[in-house]
Design a binder for this molecule. Structure first.
Ligand code: FE2
Length: 235
């Protein structure tokens, strides 16, 4: 079986496995040197999800779980292009997103933050890139929320992304942030990413993507693998 050549993680961009200020990494990070496995054809031929049929509201988190009204918060539309490490657009990539509601609360039993749930907002959705690698989804701008990492720790506003590209070896799990968020400078998850990678995680407000009288537009472009890759949220 022939070896598949991918560019590896770029340490100038990708976060280290151990970043002590992000306390979960202390127990999670490998304590011994990694054993590199030989890449195989399975990475190129393994199951991917580009052919599934999405529901008509899967890419609209403002509508996909409405029960008795509109979700509360600021409507936004997120656009972007998914490319590979050589700059080629990736069509039919599956993008799954999940996030807190406008008050900073997830619909999850582990989330006990004393902020209201929104009966009309689940906070999950998905979409596929088109033939040119472009994607788009609608949602509510997520709120900040506290977490137990350290005293007075708050996560910046963020949307979690999982991206499946042309094969399983190109999967990316990351977080999209918002420009100008004052919490970024205090967030160890964001700061665990080397400086050269941080800007790749911050979306750009774009008036041309903004839909009049409806939703503010943000652009978040994604690169899978290679030296310009969008940083993983951790390793
Ligand atoms: Fe989160």
């Amino acid at each position: 079986m022939s070896e598949i050549i991918y560019n590896g993680f770029d340490p100038l961009v990708q976060p280290p496995a151990l970043y002590p200020e992000y306390k979960s990494t202390v127990l999670r990070a490998p304590s011994k040197p990694l054993v590199l496995l030989k890449k195989s054809l399975a990475e190129l031929s393994g199951p991917v999800f580009g052919d599934i049929n999405l529901g008509p509201l899967d890419n609209d988190l403002t509508k996909n779980s409405i029960r008795n009204g509109e979700p509360i918060g600021e409507r936004i539309v997120v656009h972007g292009t998914v490319k590979d490490e050589w700059g080629r657009p990736i069509p039919h990539a599956l993008i799954e997103v999940w996030q807190a509601n406008a008050c900073g609360r997830y619909v999850h039993k582990v989330d006990q933050h004393d902020a209201p749930l929104d009966p009309n907002f689940l906070g999950t959705g998905r979409c596929l890139t088109d033939a040119e690698g472009n994607y788009r989804f609608y949602t509510i701008k997520p709120g900040a929320y506290p977490w137990g990492n350290h005293h007075n720790a708050w996560r910046p506003n963020h949307i979690h992304f999982s991206v499946f590209g042309a094969n399983i070896g190109s999967r990316l799990v990351t977080q999209m942030y918002f420009p100008g968020d004052p919490l970024l400078q205090y967030d160890p998850i964001f700061l665990g990413v080397p400086p050269a990678g941080r800007e790749l995680l911050i979306s750009q407000f774009d008036l041309s993507l903004t839909e009049p009288n409806f939703a503010l537009g943000y652009r978040f472009d994604i690169v899978l693998r290679g030296s310009g890759a969008t940083p993983f949220e951790n390793r």
